[in-house]
Design a protein around this ligand. Structure first.
Ligand SMILES: [Zn+2]
Length: 303
């Protein structure tokens, strides 16, 4: 599976109901047919179609296709999860809890908010490697509006939230990206951000901020800006910052300091997986980590 639906009608056709989602999970988990994770037997009986639970024909253990994923044990329909993950993975400018609420037809805004929060928690890979090699680093700020002030084109904003961005230099283009809240709203200083998110031995390419020169484990290659516009000196990180700013201005209710890092993680996930939205989808549903080896935790022990 290296593809995702490219449009809403295509999504409807792929995943018309919970049974279709369960079938899709089954094929991801057992591309060569069912195999019992407890005893290795290759024959099982379907117990429930909507959430696809099987019982091993030999040892009678019950196995759920969703075990070990974010879907397991949720009271929400599989299809709701699939649609939410698909929207978040494929929408250029992201989806707020409110948008999810409207698009998923969920009963309460609170269930949409909980769903959005679970998806967000899945977005940061705890074992992700720090950026490496030559890395462009820059600081910028995102415009924010006060609460309950809807977006209006041309309207001036209420303030700026300082962030730092880092982008790997891969030939002409960008490699992987990180964004972090800095300044008054976070404990992280730009230097701390570099130390935490960029591997030792890397080269930091910046606009010459002297703080980077004091960093111990990375080389510093300051580009003196002078007369040259910054976007020509640090083109990759400026592209990513511009992206984040466009996104920030489109956030329905404006940015909240409290949620900003989670929001930035979402921007980063979409950027880092921009050519492989199916990988973002997998990540959001918690599939990429759990669907490979059949471990003990995958067994459905509830009967
Ligand atoms: Zn078995």
């Amino acid at each position: 599976m290296t593809e995702l639906p490219r449009s809403s009608p295509e999504f409807e056709a792929w995943f018309p109901d919970d049974a279709a989602c369960a079938r899709w999970l089954f094929e991801r988990r057992w591309p060569d047919g069912f195999r019992c994770p407890a005893c290795g037997h290759d024959e099982g009986w379907e117990l429930a179609r909507e959430r696809l639970t099987l019982r091993c024909a030999a040892c009678e253990r019950q196995v759920s296709v969703a075990a070990g994923t974010v879907l397991h044990g949720s009271h929400l329909p599989l299809r709701t999860w699939f649609l939410a993950a698909w929207l978040v993975a494929t929408h250029k400018n992201g989806t707020s809890a409110r948008q999810l609420w409207l698009q998923l037809g969920l009963g309460s805004h609170k269930s949409a908010w909980l769903l959005a929060r679970k998806l967000r928690r899945a977005m940061v890979d705890p074992e992700r490697e720090p950026l490496a090699g030559p890395v462009e680093v820059d600081e910028t700020s995102l415009p924010f509006r006060a609460e309950d002030e809807p977006a209006r084109p041309g309207r001036s904003h209420d303030g700026e939230l300082p962030i730092a961005g880092a982008v790997e230099i891969r030939g002409e283009g960008p490699g992987r990206v990180r964004l972090a809240v800095t300044g008054d709203y976070s404990a992280a200083s730009p230097g701390g951000f570099v130390a935490g998110d960029i591997a030792a031995g890397s080269t930091v390419v910046s606009d010459g901020w002297s703080g980077y020169a004091r960093l111990k484990d990375v080389e510093h290659d300051p580009k003196v800006v002078g007369e040259t516009p910054a976007h020509l000196v640090l083109p990759r990180v400026h592209r990513v910052s511009a992206n984040a700013k466009r996104w920030a201005l489109g956030v329905y209710r404006g940015l909240r300091e409290k949620h900003l890092q989670a929001d930035l993680d979402e921007v980063v996930l979409r950027f880092n997986r921009r050519r492989t939205p199916h990988a973002a989808f997998d990540r959001l549903l918690g599939l990429s980590l759990t669907l490979q080896p059949a471990t003990h935790e995958m067994l459905a022990v509830r009967s």
